[in-house]
Design a protein around this ligand. Structure first.
Ligand code: PEP
Length: 256
């Protein structure tokens, strides 16, 4: 049975003060409840250590929103996997659509980062998803297949224990437009089949596939209730306890 993962991507938001307050509020929300779901927050790099100190003691995992694939050296502005491990990071989001489309990261770069992160002991949340024009041209599955094959090139079945997939239709990210539960389930079922074909049925059964794209308290339960949806990657609604708390609780209710 896959455990839900409720993950928050804070993107380039918060300050030291507001980020720490958010972490503290989330810690209060989950503390002592022995939750049947995993909770992860991914703040900007400068606040990782402070958020880890505040949220970590309540059992909330902390992840980065990016990393570099080289171990050290002359890579100005980059952050290595070891540096993230050093400050207590558990996970890293890779292949987010904003990095693919705004920062122009390609599958090859994402794959190098994915392998470095897994080898360095981080859980990877690998994001895949189609643009609106790709969906309208009926290319969703082809785009997902290409991003999965590219991002997971040379990643072994054993290493997949440290990989979570996030299906994030680009047209639903930060737009207020959510994929319908049926659209999400269809894409997730396709991704699970891809995992079974590329790896094994065990890998497909064990790998968590999160949905991301305008998840909020009002739609969380219906999306999380789909058979192949194993959690949520939440952007905007992860920035307040009032919104992220009920999304965590939706996962808790469905785990009962
Ligand atoms: C995201 O950034 O991964 C995301 C899904 O954002 P939002 O929830 O704001 O659509």
């Amino acid at each position: 049975m896959r455990r839900y993962l409720i993950a928050g991507n804070w993107k380039m938001n918060t300050s030291l003060e507001t980020g720490t307050a958010l972490a503290s509020g989330l810690a209060d929300h989950v503390r002592g409840r022995d939750l049947p779901v995993d909770v992860l927050v991914c703040p900007p790099f400068p606040y990782l250590a402070a958020v880890k100190a505040t949220a970590g003691e309540a059992g909330i995992s902390v992840g980065a929103q990016n990393c570099y694939f080289e171990a050290s050296g002359a890579f100005t502005g980059e952050v290595s996997v070891d540096m993230l491990k050093d400050i207590g990071c558990d996970s890293v989001i890779l292949g987010h659509s904003e990095r693919r489309h705004v920062l122009k990261e390609c599958d090859d770069m994402i794959n190098k980062k994915t392998k470095a992160a897994i080898e360095g002991g981080l859980q990877v949340v690998l994001c895949v998803g189609e643009l609106l024009e790709e969906r309208e041209a009926d290319k969703t599955e082809a785009v997902l297949d290409e991003q999965m094959a590219g991002g997971l090139k040379d990643v072994s079945a054993e290493q997949m224990a440290n990989v979570v997939i996030a299906y994030e239709p680009v047209w639903a990210i930060g737009t207020g437009k959510t994929a319908s539960p049926e659209q999400a389930e269809q894409a997730h079922a396709h991704l699970r089949k891809w995992l079974a074909d590329r790896y094994t049925s065990e890998v497909a059964e064990q790998t968590r596939i999160l949905y991301g794209g305008s998840v909020k308290p009002a739609n969380a339960k219906e999306l999380l209730g789909q058979q192949n949806v194993d959690g949520a990657l939440v952007g905007g609604a992860s920035l307040t306890v009032d919104n992220f708390g009920p999304i965590i609780d939706a996962g808790v209710e469905l785990s009962a």
